[in-house]
Design a protein around this ligand. Structure first.
Ligand code: HEC
Length: 137
């Protein structure tokens, strides 16, 4: 690509990229309360909640370092796996999806906030686990 057409291409890309960044910022903010108990990195050490690293396509109750409640252990034995859709349902009503789980956190009522949070978790947790590079999430 010639330098000139490269500039044009970058200008063209600018709008969707800044939209994506705004979405990631909203998702990151929505994740702030979760951070008290969860990390999106694999090597976060002991926390109150399981690591959410590589969550999508991971088994429910799938952090080997974490001692899960019976309901999440049962979902794990039944072969349940995290998908973006399950994550959104869970974020709306954790206790409704896994009754009796040990996560004392209510669902997120706001649909827009919930969608931004789900997208953020999907992109960051799986991005970090699939690359050797450490990110500061
Ligand atoms: C007060 C601590 C706490 C907060 C805050 C919290 N969680 Fe949790 N979370 C937990 C615990 C503890 C578990 C494991 C529950 C169990 O074993 O029943 C859990 C489990 C989960 C799981 C299932 C993980 C797996 O391995 O299957 C997901 C996904 C999750 N939390 C997401 C979130 C998100 C997103 C937020 C923020 C909106 C959040 N949590 C806020 C403590 C917390």
């Amino acid at each position: 690509m010639k330098p000139f057409s490269m500039v044009i291409a970058l200008i063209g890309l600018n709008a969707p990229i800044s939209g994506a960044i705004a979405g990631e910022v909203a998702g990151r903010e929505a994740f702030a309360p979760c951070r008290a108990c969860h990390s999106l990195k694999a090597d976060a050490g002991v926390m109150a909640g399981p690591s959410l690293s590589g969550l999508i396509d991971r088994a429910v109750g799938g952090d080997p370092e974490f001692d899960y409640s019976p309901v999440l252990r049962a979902a794990n034995s039944a072969g349940e796996v995290w998908t973006p859709q399950l994550l959104e349902e869970f974020l709306a009503d954790p206790e409704g999806v896994f009754p009796g789980m040990w996560m004392s956190y209510p669902g997120i009522r706001d649909e827009v906030e919930r969608a931004a949070l789900a997208r953020y978790i999907v992109s960051v947790s799986n991005r970090d686990s699939s690359s050797a590079q450490q990110k500061k999430e």
